[in-house]
Design a protein. Structure first.
Length: 463
């Protein structure tokens, strides 16, 4: 049947005017957005585990937290994996541990009063593992909980995971405070190695170096569930899946006010659901990434198909952030029905990139979110981040849609700082109310932005 005949069938003989056809196209587009999000959700399924339970007490774990329980907990994980799966139980008590490696078909379950405290001695995070630091691959200290090429893994329960970051451990490496060395020399050296495409096997850090690890990192994994637990005080990024697919982070409390203690950072990941979580962080609550600069382009895997819904966000640099390690691109992100409320939250929606990062950010949908208080920008698209327009890799930001936003406070309602040679395109806002901002709009190089029923400081925006 021809396209013309199809249209006749769809309209059931109705003669469409130009306005009617435009409404049909708009409705179809809205339906397509909703159906795309639903299709993503249908693909994301929680892993299922066999019945056997492996209680770490039976492996010699110390519930008083006086002795290290690393060997006991890891032995339980190894046995569960070897016997084709099951639940490793951390019962009520305090358990001191070093790095743990999750393996396929294993659920690590914390009872309500289980408190897992990660050792502050860096030697307990050896041997080195393949990981990412700020979007660049290297061999470094292990993340506190690590998994590599695993499938069907989970961390569940209502207990607490304490990463041990504080003013005397891990966090001082950021700036070289409290008599500790700074990360800056190692960080600069790693960035140089990546730009020169030094093989990853030769990017060996760890002992004698000062690059902090993430807390929970599934690396090249599939079917990951993190549910119910409290995660606090990571050395650096807290929940950081990399090159992984089908990830659920649900009803998790993510807390930590150290430097770079982002909440959840999916990097080069596909099919991710983050829902019903509580965030109170020293950096971004959620930051979607895809690799940094030359290393991100070398790997070339975007983050895509990400649903962020019904979360509560307190302190942080951004509620929902995309970037800045974004060289592999980000697409199809749906942030829906979230609540943000803190005078120490800098921004609600933030996209940060530059012409050193490059990358394409597209099809970002920010719908029905409520911002009760805020410090700086409600919506911010920033291509002047860090190096600014100093590279040869033109960033592309397009198809950004914001609808049903209600916000109070901040300096800017909408701030866009793009390039004349790479303006933001297809930026749309609809049915939004933004109150009590100092500057309603600052739009630098946005091509034909659309504002429909948008009210800022009580005045209708007409663009």
């Amino acid at each position: 049947m021809s396209k013309k005949r199809d249209l006749m069938c769809i309209t059931a003989g109705t003669v469409l005017t130009g306005i009617g056809l435009a409404r049909l196209v708009k409705q179809n587009k809205k339906d397509n957005e909703a159906s795309k999000m639903e299709a993503i959700l249908k693909q994301i399924k929680a892993p299922i585990f066999p019945d056997p339970e492996f209680n770490v007490l039976q492996y010699g774990a110390d519930p008083q937290g006086d002795e290290l329980s690393t060997k006991a907990i890891q032995s339980a994980i190894d046995d569960a994996h070897r016997l084709k799966g099951g639940r490793v139980l951390i019962p009520n008590g305090t358990f001191l541990t070093g790095a743990l490696e999750l393996k396929s078909n294993v659920e690590l379950h914390l009872q309500q009063n289980a408190y897992v405290k990660f050792c502050q001695d860096r030697d307990h995070y050896l041997p080195l593992v393949l990981t990412r630091y700020e979007g660049i691959e290297l061999y470094n200290y292990s993340p506190l909980i690590y998994a590599h090429h695993a499938e069907n893994i989970a961390i569940t329960g209502t207990g607490t995971l304490d990463g041990g970051g504080d003013e005397c451990h891990w966090w001082p490496w950021k700036y070289g405070t409290n008599g500790h060395p700074s990360q800056e020399k190692d960080r600069h050296h790693l960035f140089e190695m990546a730009e020169k495409r030094i093989p990853v096997e030769e990017r060996v850090f760890g002992e004698g170096h000062y690059l902090r690890s993430s807390f929970i990192q599934p690396y090249q994994c599939q079917h990951v569930l993190i549910e119910g637990v409290t995660v606090k005080d990571s050395p650096m990024w807290q929940i950081h899946p990399v090159l992984s697919e089908n990830i659920i982070v649900r009803r998790v409390n993510v807390i930590g006010h150290g430097p770079n203690t982002d909440g959840v950072n999916p990097e080069s990941c596909r099919n991710v659901l983050i829902e019903d979580c509580y965030f109170d962080n020293g950096d971004d609550c959620i930051a979607i990434k895809s690799g940094r600069n030359e290393d991100g382009r070398r790997i070339g895997v975007p983050s895509e198909n990400i649903v962020i819904r019904r979360n509560e966000m307190r302190d942080g640099h951004g509620g929902v952030t995309i970037g800045s390690e974004i060289s592999g691109g980000v697409r199809h992100v749906y942030a829906v029905d979230n609540i943000m409320d803190s005078p120490n939250l800098d921004r609600a929606l933030r996209i940060k990139t530059n012409s050193v990062r490059g990358g394409t950010v597209e099809h970002i949908y920010f719908k029905n979110n409520t911002v009760k208080s805020l410090k700086h920008e409600v919506v911010c698209i920033d291509m002047m981040y860090e190096e600014g327009d100093a590279g040869a890799h033109r960033p592309i930001v397009r198809h950004i849609e914001i609808e049903g936003l209600k916000s109070s406070g901040g300096r800017y309602g909408v701030k866009i700082a793009a390039y004349s040679h790479s303006p933001v395109t297809h930026f749309k806002m609809k049915d939004c109310v933004i109150d009590d901002v100092t500057y309603p709009l600052s739009l630098e190089h946005a091509t034909s932005p659309s504002f429909q029923k948008v009210v800022i400081n009580g005045e209708q925006i007409n663009q």
